[in-house]
Design a protein around this ligand. Structure first.
Ligand code: UP5
Ligand code: MG
Length: 195
């Protein structure tokens, strides 16, 4: 994509910090396209004939990061499909969560405008995920997988946030508060960055 053709905001934060919840509100009120890397991977995993089904399932259960080629090609396709329908503003949720992904995406697809980073204490995220696990059907909403997801987030994904922060491209938002209070801050951040 040429510079300025599309606008991409990365939405990052630990497992259960509320990325999907906040993105859904932005879609409704502000017409962003919401692309959750995790949702795209889960769809691909279920797609009949996918050569990546088993690989994705095992990575997700172990809270590990699926090799970037798979995730980036899913994102690239989703962005192009939406762009061809006239959409230009994207929330990329739960990606990039490893340095190689961050560099490849910005080199091959588009530079991000900035990153919304949801800060949340682990005990709050744990409580939310265990509660959601009662009904979500997600293979990784169990205590064993959640622990692994937390570890991957600290070891592998935080360096991405540190990297963008050094570039002055991170807006931090506390999200251990009610959904609407978090959303008010999200809207403010987006307005101030005129996304
Ligand atoms: N909730 C939300 N906000 C709340 C609030 N303010 N107050 C009270 N409750 C709140 O929310 C989680 C739960 O909390 C919900 O029940 C919600 O109602 C409640 P949600 O909005 O779903 O949080 P989110 O941050 O989106 O949590 P999610 O579980 O989706 O985060 P993950 O980052 O773990 O999951 P994701 O789907 O992004 O990734 C899953 C796996 O895919 C990864 O572990 C990895 O294995 C793989 N993956 C890759 O390999 N590569 C990628 O690039 C991306 C993913
Ligand atoms: Mg999510």
């Amino acid at each position: 994509f040429p510079d300025g053709a599309i606008s991409v905001i990365f939405v990052l934060g630990g497992p259960g910090s509320g990325k999907g919840t906040q993105c859904a509100k932005l879609v409704k009120e502000q017409g962003f396209v919401h692309l959750s890397a995790g949702d795209l991977l889960r769809e691909e995993q279920k797609r009949e004939g996918s050569q990546y089904g088993e690989l994705i399932a095992s990575y997700i259960k172990d809270g590990k990061i699926v090799p970037q080629e798979v995730t980036i090609s899913l994102l690239d396709r989703a962005i192009k499909e939406n762009y061809n329908k006239g959409q230009k503003r994207f929330l990329v949720d739960g990606f990039p969560r490893k340095m190689d992904q961050a560099l490849t995406f910005e080199e091959q697809i588009a530079n991000s405008k900035f990153t919304l980073f949801f800060e949340c204490p682990e005990e709050v995220m744990l409580r939310r995920l265990l509660e959601r696990g009662k009904t979500s059907g997600r293979a990784d909403d169990n205590i064993e997988s959640i622990r692994k997801r937390f570890a991957t987030f600290i070891d592998t994904s935080m360096p991405v946030i540190d990297y963008f922060e050094k570039l002055g491209k991170v807006v931090k938002i506390r999200c251990d508060q009610p959904v609407d209070e978090v959303y008010a801050k999200v809207k403010q951040s987006i307005a101030s960055r005129s996304a």
